[in-house]
Design a binder for this molecule. Structure first.
Ligand code: AMP
Ligand code: MG
Length: 469
């Protein structure tokens, strides 16, 4: 469907491939939409003229004649409990944009009003959480981690009621290589026939893992590709100290991108039990549990795919289980290589890493600070028991690659929790300056700049994030 000048055509290959998995739905009218932030570079990369996009209405769901926005159906396990019908309760897929480089992206809105999937929710979003998602996506992208990205946040001109009182309402326009989730497959496995499930898998293969099409067992190979993408992704989270916070199967993508930034946060001092989310009482999604949780979510994907893998269920289970067994080795390979790069080693060294983690944990050392300090010779100062550090450092020195440049992979700036909060609080009061500053800082995470010392320091005291945003 062609649109205005400076606005690329919006395609709908997903809605056409699996019409039974979408519900056409229109965004709620925003009384007074105002663009608060827009990523001009991202807009241009996608083929938009940023100014045309800013005034188009597209960012709050006012679409050209003939464009059909849809809510996507999915189900999922939330904290281990199966919910048969989740879906885009307050989100809409505006369409797919094919960028000038040929890559396909979903343009998706969050906070655009109640859909048939809204259940008890109001379909709306508050400004703070939408800016938070925008900031986190920007930071993760700059860190080189696959992620959905905020294209823009607009206020709607209305207030949305929340526990703490009415807040400014907002819509996030985000971009992802797709919004296919493990939960989408779970939904399709139970609702509709095998042809629809196959159509969904074929769409996902074409879009994300095209090599699988030519494999002897395309759907098994597809599963292997998702296992690989998710193993790589969670390893990257672990390497930067990212805690997603709500790793439900509906928030686990087929593409291997990070999606749905809710109560996520970056860990300060190293502790595998780190949890930020106020509702994660059992620590199901704690930092150190993330790899086994991804594996668990992938097992749910395997279950959904069984009818496509083999007509004989036992054979399908055996084949999928064998692929899932490979998750641990793939995760270890990504994490081991990543830690070797962070530590500037010649090759992965598991015992050196294990012993470092024990030291960092026992001595409550800040994760991000440590890796920048190490090549500068100042890491020792971060430890109370310096002898223990010295013994470890001598082993690391022996394993060190003199050619390595660990600063390339170790960020000096991450979105520090207290500074994110400070920026969002100011933004909700109408002062966007702190938000713009922190956005600017995290856009270049590996380059140390004078005057930004404040952005390198961990906050004091425990930090809690809230869902139900
Ligand atoms: P999330 O926690 O953002 O991954 O969302 C989980 C589910 O709750 C999804 O089906 C969302 O669409 C739905 N949801 C979250 N907040 C709202 C809201 N304010 N109104 C309607 N649905 C919502
Ligand atoms: Mg979600």
């Amino acid at each position: 469907m062609s649109t205005a000048v400076g606005i690329p055509a919006l395609e709908d290959t997903y809605a056409r491939a699996v019409p039974g998995l979408v519900v056409p739905f229109t965004a709620a009218q925003a009384p007074d939409p105002q663009v608060v932030v827009l990523d001009d570079d991202l807009a241009r990369d996608l083929g938009f003229d940023p100014e045309a996009l800013r005034t188009s209405g597209l960012l709050v769901g006012r679409v050209p004649e003939g464009v059909r926005t849809v809510a996507q159906a999915y189900s999922g396990h939330q904290f281990g409990m199966y919910q048969p019908r989740l879906g885009d309760g307050r989100a809409l897929l505006v369409g797919e944009v094919v960028a000038p480089d040929g890559s396909r992206h979903d343009l998706h809105l969050k906070g655009s009003g109640r859909t048939p999937f809204a259940r008890g929710g109001d379909g709306k979003a508050a400004l703070g959480p939408m800016l938070r998602e925008y900031l986190m996506g920007t930071a993760m992208h700059a860190l080189g981690i696959p992620t959905s990205r905020g294209l823009a946040v607009s206020t709607t001109g209305e207030r949305v009621p929340r526990d703490t009182g009415p807040l400014p309402g907002a819509v996030l326009a985000r971009v992802a290589s797709s919004h296919l989730r493990v939960g989408t497959f779970q939904y399709a496995a139970v609702n509709g026939d095998r042809d629809q499930l196959r159509a969904l898998a074929d769409h996902a293969i074409a879009r994300h893992h095209p090599h699988a099409r030519d494999a002897e067992q395309p759907y098994l190979e597809f599963f292997r590709a998702v296992v690989e993408a998710q193993a790589a992704l969670v390893a990257q989270w672990m390497l930067v100290g990212f805690v997603h916070g709500v790793m439900n199967t509906d928030n686990t993508t087929i593409s291997g991108e990070t999606i749905d930034y809710g109560p996520c946060a970056f860990m300060d001092r190293f502790d595998p039990d780190t949890v930020f989310s106020s509702i994660d009482h059992a620590g199901r999604y704690a930092y150190g549990h993330q790899p086994p949780v991804v594996r668990w979510n992938l097992a749910r994907l395997a279950e959904a795919l069984l009818p496509l893998i083999d007509d004989d269920t036992d054979a399908a289970i055996a084949a999928a289980s064998a692929v899932l067994e490979g998750f641990a080795a793939r995760y270890d390979a990504h994490y081991g290589a990543g830690m070797a790069a962070k530590l500037g080693l010649r090759e992965p060294d598991e015992s050196l890493v294990t012993d470092l983690l024990a030291l960092l944990h026992a001595q409550q050392v800040d994760w991000t600070t440590f890796f920048r300090a190490l090549p500068r010779g100042t890491a020792r100062d971060l430890f109370l028991d310096r002898d223990a550090f010295d013994a470890w450092a001598a082993r690391r020195e022996a394993a060190r690659d003199p050619e390595a440049d660990p600063d390339r992979v170790n960020p000096v700036y991450i979105p520090r929790n207290h500074l994110v909060d400070e920026a969002l609080t100011a933004a909700e009061r109408g002062d966007l300056a702190p938000f713009e500053r922190i956005l600017d800082v995290v856009r270049a995470p590996f380059t140390e700049r004078p005057g930004l010392e404040r952005y390198t320091e961990p906050g004091t005291g425990p930090f809690v994030t809230y869902c139900g945003t």
